[in-house]
Design a protein around this ligand. Structure first.
Ligand SMILES: CC(C)(COP(=O)(O)OP(=O)(O)OC[C@H]1O[C@@H](n2cnc3c(N)ncnc32)[C@H](O)[C@@H]1OP(=O)(O)O)[C@@H](O)C(=O)NCCC(=O)NCCS
Length: 184
């Protein structure tokens, strides 16, 4: 058993990486976040279609996250400029099993392929394992998201299941990969 932590205790915490800082998402970050989620060239990689998502729905989601002891969402900031460039999150934390799910988006596309996503992933894994004392992190990724798969493999995630052709994108059915990071 992992031992339940109170996620409110992390509201002022900053996690410092090589290229990024992770801090808990704030209300002021929501407008920017919504614009990223609605951008088709970002949304094509996400598990939910945010095209019709409204500011009201996002605010409800934010209030849910704030009151949840099973979800924590971090803003990813560029360490040099403090610009908010994306978010990453641990969801569905199961304190009994020591398990959770990872989500990440670098919404500022000019920051893709520059190591920010890898650094955020490494640091959120460290936080989940060392601070929250979790033992396993799972995620879903579409097979066409080769960049994300590369990042996850590099950070220690292993493929544990392939859901065959269950995701329709661009007129074609694609596999969804389930990957897992396990504490050794
Ligand atoms: C996926 C994401 C978080 C990765 O972050 P990032 O900062 O762009 O990634 P990094 O620069 O840290 O690493 C990218 C790696 O993929 C590689 N890569 C890029 N395009 C690739 C491709 N088409 N095929 C294979 N590898 C690719 C890069 O060379 C790099 O590898 P390296 O470090 O060995 O050189 C970010 O691109 C993103 O948010 N994308 C949109 C939303 C998304 O896909 N979220 C994840 C949903 S599961």
């Amino acid at each position: 058993m992992s031992g339940k932590k109170n996620l409110n205790n992390y509201s002022a915490q900053k996690i410092i990486g090589r290229k990024i800082i992770l801090r808990v998402l704030e209300k002021d970050d929501l407008k920017r976040t919504l614009a990223w989620l609605k951008d088709p060239s970002v949304n094509m990689y996400l598990s939910q279609n945010f095209c019709d998502y409204t500011e009201d729905q996002e605010l409800k989601w934010f209030k849910f996250i704030q009151s949840s002891n099973n979800d924590i969402v971090f803003a990813i900031e560029d360490i040099n400029t403090n610009l908010h460039i994306g978010n990453c999150a641990l969801h569905k934390i199961n304190w009994e099993k020591g398990a959770c799910e990872l989500g990440i988006v670098i919404g500022e596309k000019g920051y893709w392929n520059k190591g920010y996503g890898s650094d955020a992933t490494i640091n959120v894994i460290k936080f989940a394992m060392s601070e929250l004392n979790l033992k396993s992190i799972k995620l879903n990724v579409y097979k066409y998201n080769r960049r994300a798969i590369k990042v996850y493999k590099k950070c220690g995630f292993k493929l544990i299941q392939t859901q065959k052709k269950n995701h329709l994108y661009n007129g074609k059915y694609w596999d969804t990969l389930i990957m897992e990071f396990k504490k050794t």
